[in-house]
Design a protein around this ligand. Structure first.
Ligand code: ZN
Length: 140
């Protein structure tokens, strides 16, 4: 659920029980966002983040099977394979106040989440495979 401000910003919540990454992506697709910034705070019931091993050019995932605070989520939306793609990083806090972080992956289930999405209208950035890093980066 979300509202659009008169400036065109999208402010809302990702529903309890929804996958955080998929929830943001759903909004981006519905609003046809081709370039934008996203930020969020809240809490997750459980979380999965990824870490990119630069030497072998592969992601590995880290799962937290416990409630975590979303201390901050910062990301962007651009186009990959003709579709909006959300690239987001999160800082997560546990019950001891310890901080963990990484690349937000699917299987991060929302407890409560407030997000703000700032589309850059008229702009379209596409991702293409960058051989040097093995990552799909903006083709500028
Ligand atoms: Zn990343």
């Amino acid at each position: 659920m979300y509202k659009k401000t008169k400036e065109g910003f999208i402010i809302g919540r990702i529903a309890h029980g929804e996958d955080l990454l998929q929830g943001i992506l759903k909004v981006a697709k519905k609003e046809n966002i081709t370039l934008g910034r996203v930020e969020a705070i809240g809490a997750l019931q459980r979380a999965t983040i990824s870490y990119y091993y630069q030497d072998i050019k592969k992601y590995d995932s880290i799962t937290f099977d416990e409630p975590m605070e979303i201390i901050s989520l910062l990301g962007n939306i651009s186009i990959k394979d003709g579709e909006p793609m959300v690239h987001a990083h999160v800082s997560l806090g546990n019950s001891k106040g310890q901080l963990f972080g990484g690349h937000l992956a699917s299987e991060s289930i929302v407890f409560a989440c407030e997000f703000m999405l700032f589309p850059l209208t008229g702009e379209k950035f596409e991702r293409r495979l960058d051989e040097q890093t093995g990552l799909f980066l903006w083709d500028l």
